[in-house]
Ligand binder design. Structure first.
Ligand code: PTJ
Length: 255
C-alpha cells in the first residue's frame, strides 16, 4: 500500500480508504462496496468525522440490549470485515455472540475469504457457509442465513447495511442494531437502535460500552435500553446535520 504522510490533513480518512482498497484487492470487498464507502465518506464529512452525543447514547443503549440478549449475532459483510475485523472479534468475545458472514453480493468464494480473514484475526466458529435457511419474503442474496446464527438470533448487529433485510428481521420479531452514517436510510428508520456514526468509530465505542456495562444487573441494562427512543435519536442527528450544514455553508444559523 502506498505511504500516506502522517501530517496529511486527511490522514485518518486516507488510511481507512486504504483498508477498503486492500480488502477489494484481496477479494473481500466488492466494487459496489467502494461506492458505498464513498457515500459514507460524504456523510461523515458533514458530521466532521467525529462521533456526536446522540450516536454515543445509541451506542450505550445498543451495548445494553446486546448484553441482555440470549442469542446475539454480529452480521458481517465485505466492508465491515475489511474495516473493523479486530473489533468484530473483540465484541463477539465480550458478548459471547456468534459472527455470521452475510453478503448482498454473495458468492461461496467471498464467504470463504471473509471467514478465513476473520479467523486469522482470532474469530472462532464463524457462521454463514453451511446449514443455511432462507428468510421468508426477502429476495436478495442476504436471505441465506445460518440456522444456528441469524435465523435463531434474538438480536442482530448489522454494521453498514443495505436496508432490505433489516425490515424483514424486525418483522420476524428480532431486534436489530444498525450502524449507518445515513440517518435517512430505511435501515436507520426501522432498526430497533440506529447508531449514526462511522463503523470505524462506532465499533470501538461499542466494545468499550459493552465492557463497561458487562457487570450491570439485567434491571439496570433494561433501564438503559428502555429509556432509548430511536425516532427521537434520529431526529436529533438530523437536526445536528442541518445545523452543521448551515454553519459550513456560511448561511444564517438555524434556530
Ligand atoms: O459485502 P456485500 O456483498 O454484503 O456488500 C456490501 C455493500 C456495502 C456493497 C452493500 O451492503 C450495499 O450496497 O450497501 P448500500 O446500499 O450502499 O448501503 C450502505 C450504507 O452504509 C449507506 O447508507 C452508507 O451511507 C453507509 N456507510 C458506508 N460506509 C460506512 C457507512 N456507514 C457507517 N460507516 C461506514 N464506514
Amino acid at each position: 500500500m502506498e505511504e500516506i504522510p502522517r501530517d496529511h490533513p486527511r490522514y485518518v480518512s486516507l488510511m481507512i480508504r486504504g483498508r477498503i482498497v486492500k480488502g477489494f484487492e484481496e477479494g473481500i470487498v466488492v466494487p459496489q462496496g467502494l461506492l458505498a464507502h464513498g457515500r459514507g465518506e460524504a456523510l461523515d464529512y458533514i458530521l466532521g468525522e467525529e462521533t456526536h452525543p446522540p450516536a454515543l447514547e445509541a451506542t450505550r443503549a445498543a451495548a445494553a440490549l446486546l448484553l441482555l440478549s440470549k442469542h446475539p449475532v454480529i452480521s458481517v459483510n465485505g466492508n465491515t470485515a475489511a474495516l473493523i475485523p479486530d473489533e468484530i472479534v473483540k465484541l463477539a468475545k465480550i458478548l459471547n455472540a456468534r459472527i455470521e458472514v452475510n453478503l448482498f453480493h454473495r458468492s461461496p468464494d467471498r464467504v470463504r475469504k471473509i471467514k478465513e480473514f476473520l479467523q486469522s484475526k482470532g474469530a472462532e466458529n464463524v457462521l454463514g457457509d453451511s446449514d443455511l435457511v432462507e428468510i421468508p419474503g426477502l429476495s436478495s442474496q442476504r436471505r441465506f442465513v445460518s440456522r444456528g446464527g441469524i435465523y435463531s438470533a434474538d438480536t442482530v448487529l448489522v454494521p453498514l447495511e443495505d436496508g432490505d433485510r433489516t425490515e424483514k428481521l424486525v418483522a420476524l420479531g428480532k431486534r436489530v442494531v444498525a450502524i449507518d452514517l445515513n440517518p435517512f436510510s430505511r435501515t436507520s428508520k426501522v432498526a430497533t437502535i440506529s447508531i449514526v456514526d462511522n463503523v470505524v468509530r462506532a465499533m470501538p465505542n461499542l466494545c468499550r460500552a459493552a465492557e463497561e456495562l458487562k457487570n450491570h444487573t439485567a434491571a439496570e441494562l433494561e433501564g438503559i435500553f428502555r429509556s432509548f427512543n430511536n425516532e427521537e435519536n434520529l431526529r436529533r442527528m438530523i437536526e445536528l446535520i442541518l445545523r452543521r450544514l448551515s454553519r459550513l455553508s456560511g448561511l444564517e444559523e438555524l434556530p
